[in-house]
Design a protein around this ligand. Structure first.
Ligand SMILES: C[S@@+](CC[C@H](N)C(=O)[O-])C[C@H]1O[C@@H](n2cnc3c(N)ncnc32)[C@H](O)[C@@H]1O
Length: 223
């Protein structure tokens, strides 16, 4: 992975809990976050006593490299959001400025925690669908926020392999949202649900989180 291809952008624990309908009980379980990038979920949940391990290929970079890259891309992302502001619901987050402040504060929390979290084994450099260095069912819940099913260009085979590996190490997988980058429902999502419905229970749940228009549903896949 090349640093100049990385577009770091991270959400916080309130957003994760709403996107994935994570109850108090869920927060006591062993949680794995796939494609967590610079989200502050791991740091905030760990500080509150939860057991969270995050996986992402960007963890091969140093905090300093990631900080520099965040500073390079933040204005570009914010300008794009301003241009496409009609695609978002400005309800709880009231403005692009507020959004920038929420995202930057989440990523700062991550950056401050990254060194210690790596030493504690909470941030693991890993790229799906490679085999994870964990035994079967090592985690209770596996999460994917704004990664799987969003980038449909990664293709059907990638998604089946990635989610299969997540289901090997996690009793249950939750994916949010269920639309592509343009907020459209995709044929890929339908085909992936059809595939896993053969051997697992699949459920689509409406969540409490709505920011990108049309992106308020979560897929739960469990044994
Ligand atoms: C849009 S960001 C979402 C970050 C975080 N989940 C959140 O919602 O705030 C997508 C993340 O997926 C990661 N990613 C891309 N390809 C991946 C792969 N093959 N395996 C695991 N993570 C990947 C990226 O590095 C990036 O951090």
């Amino acid at each position: 992975m090349k640093l100049e291809k990385v577009v770091p952008w991270g959400r916080n624990i309130s957003e994760y809990r709403e996107m994935f309908l994570l109850s108090e009980d869920d927060m006591k379980k062993r949680i794995a976050g796939f494609g967590d990038g610079p989200a502050s979920f791991n740091r905030q949940a760990s500080a509150a006593g939860s057991d969270v391990t995050s996986f992402d290929p960007v963890y091969s970079f140093s905090a300093q490299e990631l900080r520099e890259r965040i500073n390079e891309v933040r204005d570009i992302i914010i300008d794009q959001m301003r241009e496409n502001s009609e695609n978002y619901v400005w309800d709880r987050i009231k403005s692009v400025e507020e959004l920038e402040s929420i995202r930057m504060s989440a990523m700062e929390m991550f950056l401050e925690d990254f060194g210690q979290g790596k030493r504690e084994g909470r941030y693991i450099c890993h790229e799906l669908p490679e085999r994870l260095p964990y035994d079967d069912l090592s985690f209770d819940i596996g999460l994917s926020s704004h990664f799987l099913l969003m980038y449909d260009a990664l293709g059907y085979d990638f998604h089946i392999a990635a989610i299969s590996e997540m289901l090997r190490v996690c009793k249950e997988v939750r994916i949010f949202p269920l639309c592509d980058l343009d907020s459209n429902a995709s044929e890929l999502t339908e085909r992936v649900i059809e595939y896993f419905s053969r051997d697992y229970k699949t459920e689509i749940l409406k969540t409490d989180y709505l920011f990108q228009k049309g992106a308020d549903k979560m897929l739960k896949i469990r044994r």
